[in-house]
Structure formats: structure tokens, C-alpha cells
Design a protein around this ligand. Structure first.
Ligand code: NAD
Ligand code: AKB
Length: 318
């Protein structure tokens, strides 16, 4: 294996919901110039990402990824470029091309340049045959194309680790809740949109039923878990390192509405389920993250009340 070209960090899909917060956190740790944000679209208006180097990069372009890593001295890629469930189910071929093809491109570049790779998975790897409280080893038979691409992503990461010794790691993120960037077209987007609607319009039309319960996490906890996994010694990580369940919250859309109503006077919500209800129903209500807790000692800080407080504070700029 050659030495990695350097110790800088490249983030793909950096303008998305997670990238916007992750790039900022990585720049606080490593310095602005050491973190190269990239996306397929222009960065205009994304102040978190604009505080340092940014390049246009299509994640399907393996040579482009290798060339940036070599010329800029990159040692680690955080691979966030993907299509999420709602957008992905509308165009399954494109979803497969970007999610699976993009992951292969990144892993090929990592093999060539000896890079470390963080590639997130999702609770969407589970399907209707998994228990409602899904464990690390519950069956992975998703009914969404998005979920299939995430199962394949974990398999690819495992293959590159075992066959080519590429240091690959990943977390099965639950629905993530943040305010710095809009949610990117997933089923759990209602849990983000609702806060903006509550403060701006006083009303939200929710696209899942009030009893829809899903695993969720506040973004600061998700970023913290990501950095904590990447900081862990390889010796501590077992076979699940490419797709850890992590400890997280579990609440229904109705409970979220109640928590917001307690804090935003006059807020109302009605429920008009659409096709995304089907995707949500195919996923677990909660997940068991005890393996992540045991292997790399991680637990979340935010509960539903503090998450709601932070979201309302962040959006209203208090
Ligand atoms: P997002 O949709 O907000 O952002 C994805 C970014 O990828 C976008 O900025 C988009 O422009 C970019 N992109 C799309 N096609 C590209 C291409 N060909 N080349 C380069 N960039 C491209 O997604 P996110 O919420 O930030 O999610 C990041 C990762 O985390 C994804 O793998 C997603 O599956 C996973 N994840 C997210 C959540 C969540 O709740 N946000 C939950 C589970 C897993
Ligand atoms: C989505 O809803 O598609 C994502 C996810 C849980 O993977 N937020």
C-alpha cells in the first residue's frame, strides 16, 4: 500500500443536510484549509461550506476523486453524496447509479491512494421483516431501492476492507434533525420541515400519520458519533464497523407535534399521509445501538425536549 497523499479531508456531497454541519465541525478540528468540501452543485449561499476550499466534484468521477486527493494531499474521505429515500424512489435507476456507483468510485479512489473512508448507511437497510426494535443483526431486506443501495454500500465497504485493506467505517444513521441546511429529500424530512413551518406559518401539513414512530437523532449527536467512530482505534472495531446501529431516540410524529405545541403557541398540524408513509412503515420504530456503545463507547446527549429546544433556538436565531 502506498502512503496516503497527505492528511487533509475530502467531503463529498458537502452541501447537503449532514455535510453542512460536518464540514464546519471538521474545519473546527483540523483548520479550514485542511478540509475540502465538494459537491456536484455550486456552493452559493452555504456559509458553513464557503468558509474554506470548495470544488465541484461528481462522485461518479473516480479519476477526478483520485486526482484531487493526490494533488491536495487528502488522507480521508467522508462520502456523503447520495440520493435519499423519497427522491431515490422516484428515480430508482439514478438512485442506484449515484448511491452504489458513487460508493464504488470513492472506494476505488481509496484503494488506489490508500485513503480512509467514512460512508454512512441508514436505518433504511431494514425492511418489514425486521423487528420493530431492530438489532445490529436483524435481517436486511429493505423494500425501498434506497434501502437496497445502503445494504449494497455496507457490503462494498466490507469487501474493500477485507480484500484491499481499505479502512472503511459507517453508521446506520436514523432520521437526522438539523436547521443549518434543508433536509435532502428523505422520508424523515417531516421532522425537520415541521420546525420551520411552526415558526414561519404556525401550521404544518405532515405527510405521515401521527402514530408513525421512527429512530431519530439531533445533528450534533450524529456529527459527534461520526467523529467518535473515525477517532476509534481499529482494534476496538468489530465486524459491524461498516454499518453500526447507534443508540438514538424514537418518537412518533404526534409526540413531536406535542413537544413543539408546548413551546410554540397556536401551532397546529394536520396529517395527510402520502407515499412516504409506506417507506416509513417499512422501517423499524427504534434500533438497538448497544454494540456501538460497547465497541467505541458512544451515547447521544440530546433527548426529544432538548432537541426541540435547540431546533427552535437555531431557526429563530436566538
Ligand atoms: P442530502 O441529500 O442532504 O445531501 C446529499 C448531497 O449530495 C447534495 O448536496 C447533492 O447535491 C449531492 N450529490 C448528489 N449527487 C451527487 C453526485 N453525483 N456527486 C456529488 N454530489 C452529489 O443528504 P444528507 O442528508 O446530507 O445525507 C448524506 C448521507 O447520509 C447519505 O448517504 C444518506 O443516505 C445518509 N443518511 C442521511 C440521513 C439523514 O437523515 N439526513 C439518514 C440516514 C442516512
Ligand atoms: C431518509 O428518510 O431517506 C433518510 C434516511 C433515514 O436514510 N433520512
Amino acid at each position: 500500500m502506498p502512503d496516503p497523499p497527505g492528511d487533509k479531508v475530502l467531503v463529498t456531497g458537502a452541501l447537503g443536510q449532514i455535510g453542512t454541519d460536518l464540514v464546519q465541525a471538521l474545519r473546527e478540528r483540523h483548520g479550514s484549509d485542511a478540509v475540502i468540501a465538494s459537491d456536484i452543485r455550486e456552493s452559493a449561499g452555504n456559509s458553513s461550506v464557503e468558509g474554506g476550499p470548495f470544488v465541484i466534484l461528481d462522485v461518479l468521477d473516480t479519476d477526478g476523486i483520485s486526482s484531487i486527493c493526490q494533488s491536495e494531499g487528502v488522507g480521508t474521505i467522508y462520502h456523503l453524496a447520495a440520493l435519499l429515500s423519497a427522491v431515490g424512489e422516484r428515480d430508482p435507476d439514478l438512485c442506484r447509479r449515484i448511491n452504489v456507483g458513487g460508493t464504488i468510485s470513492v472506494l476505488e479512489a481509496a484503494k488506489e491512494c490508500n485513503l480512509r473512508v467514512y460512508s454512512p448507511s441508514s436505518i433504511a437497510v431494514f425492511g418489514p421483516d425486521s423487528p420493530k426494535h431492530a438489532t445490529q443483526d436483524s435481517p436486511l431486506n429493505p423494500t425501498t431501492v434506497y434501502g437496497e443501495t445502503k445494504v449494497t454500500g455496507e457490503a462494498l465497504a466490507r469487501e474493500y476492507l477485507e480484500r484491499f485493506n481499505v479502512d472503511t467505517r459507517g453508521i446506520r444513521y436514523p432520521g437526522l434533525i438539523s436547521y443549518k441546511a434543508p433536509a435532502g429529500g428523505g422520508t424523515t424530512d417531516y421532522a425537520v420541515e415541521i420546525f420551520h413551518a411552526a415558526l414561519n406559518e404556525g401550521h404544518y401539513q405532515c405527510f405521515v400519520r401521527p402514530d408513525t414512530r421512527l429512530p431519530m437523532l439531533y445533528i450534533d449527536d450524529a456529527i459527534n458519533a461520526t467523529l467518535s467512530l473515525m477517532d476509534s482505534s481499529e482494534d476496538d472495531l468489530g465486524e459491524s464497523r461498516v454499518g453500526y446501529n447507534i443508540p438514538c431516540l424514537s418518537f412518533s410524529a404526534g409526540e413531536l407535534v406535542d413537544a413543539i405545541s408546548d413551546r410554540v403557541q397556536g401551532f397546529t398540524c394536520d396529517f395527510v399521509p402520502d407515499v412516504r408513509q409506506e417507506y416509513a412503515d417499512s422501517w423499524p420504530d427504534s434500533i438497538d445501538g448497544s454494540l456501538a456503545e460497547e465497541e467505541w463507547d458512544w451515547t447521544p446527549k440530546y433527548d426529544l425536549a432538548s432537541l426541540v429546544d435547540e431546533m427552535l433556538r437555531g431557526i429563530s436565531g436566538r
